[in-house]
Design a protein around this ligand. Structure first.
Ligand code: KDG
Ligand code: MG
Length: 402
């Protein structure tokens, strides 16, 4: 069996997505997500110029060898662009494998370890009252786990808070917007947010929060400790993950569970964090973490240390990644939770999806392979349009993490 062709489909139904389609001499094709928010064309070019020509003629069933061909076989390893391209190739090849064997992908990853996938919703508001109201709406929809983010008095735009009553979307058209950030104001405010939630809704809902890389290790340690009374499911990205040792401070001072890694792309980003048990959940998604071939190894490594998965699932991960994650989450033993930020309705004009939400859980369909399809004709109706994530400055103008 041979790969005969592959193409990159760039489209923007409401937001940009990059999709890789791999075709074979048996008429079976596979799809992979190659979306890297705000850097879409870098991955598309990497695929088109370097990977696709090397894929033609290879046997698509050899997922392990092809993965290493593009990883070990290339001198310039790791990095978000390279790893997103490898992820898309790997997803598409596993999609083909499932279709050839006429079975849903979870069967090739270990079968069913569970019937439904626990997901968390997002509730963000411009202030405490709006956040509480939005959280109440998510609880009404049946969610058992809610991530709460709130506007902070004295700070303009805040991460995770929707503007103009539109659903939250991290990227904006054109060049990056410049936001301002004030860590002391944030640290003083956040405990109040959780206090308020618990006083209104009680202890029955899992609570999550994303610091979005904005604390130093010692600030993160303070926050994690001050949030202990509210029993968070997790505190996400309390520090920038580039300094793995920084998590030692957080761990030494607090029992609040920690999730990290939505910007990671390799098992080596996690090695200290896993072996020293400095975290509780891995966030690295299939689309940036090397696809199934690599993530199976990362999840197995984490499971040895009783660390669970909690994959990134914002709107910039395409429906292919969501379905892929649901197969993966169905199969592995150390699944923890899945992020669920629903795509806009217009996305379904291009992608045919095979999953559904019901009462706090997601359910994946039984179509062979990953089970998501793309309508290329419809995709052409929504051409790519540049959009970027914002950047952050401290109030004195110093460039900071976003
Ligand atoms: O592309 C970046 C977004 O997906 C990210 O900012 C969202 O942090 C995020 C999350 O936890 O969903
Ligand atoms: Mg995050």
């Amino acid at each position: 069996m041979k790969i005969t062709d592959a193409k990159v489909i760039l489209c923007s139904p409401g937001r940009n997505f990059v999709t890789l389609k791999i075709l074979t001499d048996q008429g079976v094709y596979g799809l992979g997500d190659a979306t890297l928010n705000g850097r879409e064309k870098a991955v598309a070019t990497y695929l088109e110029e370097y990977c696709i020509p090397a894929l033609i003629g290879k046997d698509p069933q050899n997922t392990e060898d092809i993965w290493h061909y593009f990883y070990r076989g290339v001198y310039w390893k790791r990095g978000a662009v390279t790893m997103t391209a490898i992820s898309a190739i790997d997803m598409a090849l596993w999609d083909i494998k499932g279709k050839l064997l006429n079975t849903p992908l979870y069967n090739l990853l270990g079968g069913k370890s569970r019937d439904k996938i626990l997901v968390y919703a997002h509730a963000g508001g411009k202030d405490l009252d709006e956040t509480m109201e939005n959280a109440g709406m998510e609880i009404e929809k049946g969610f058992h786990a809610v991530r709460i983010q709130s506007g902070i008095p004295g700070i303009g735009h805040t991460y995770g808070v929707p503007t103009d009553s539109k659903p939250y979307e991290p990227a904006q058209k054109g060049l990056p917007r410049e936001d301002y950030w004030d860590t002391p104001k944030y640290l003083n405010f956040v405990p109040e947010l959780f206090e308020k939630f618990r006083s209104i809704y009680g202890d029955g809902i899992h609570l999550l929060h994303d610091v979005h890389h904005r604390c130093t290790p010692i600030e993160a340690a303070r926050l994690a400790r001050e949030l202990e009374p509210y029993h968070l499911f997790w505190l996400e990205d309390p520090v920038s993950g580039e300094l793995q040792e920084g998590l030692r401070h957080v761990r030494n001072h607090s029992t609040t569970p920690i999730a990290i890694g939505e910007v990671f792309n390799s098992v080596y980003d996690y090695s200290t964090l896993i072996t020293e048990q400095l975290i509780d959940y891995i966030r690295m998604p299939l689309v940036h973490g090397g696809g199934f071939t690599h993530m199976l190894k990362v999840a197995a490594f984490a499971s040895v240390y009783h660390i669970q998965t909690g994959f990134h699932g914002a709107t910039d991960l395409s429906p292919i990644t969501m379905a892929a994650a649901l197969h993966f989450n169905t199969a592995i033993n150390n699944f923890g939770i899945q992020e669920y930020m629903p795509h806009q309705e217009i996305v379904n004009d291009v992608f045919r999806i095979n999953y559904r939400y019901q009462k706090g859980y997601m359910h994946i369909g039984d179509e062979p392979g990953i089970g998501v399809d793309i309508d290329e004709q419809k995709a052409r109706k929504y051409p790519y349009s540049m959009a970027c994530l914002p950047v952050n400055r401290k109030t004195d103008g110093t460039m900071f993490y976003w």
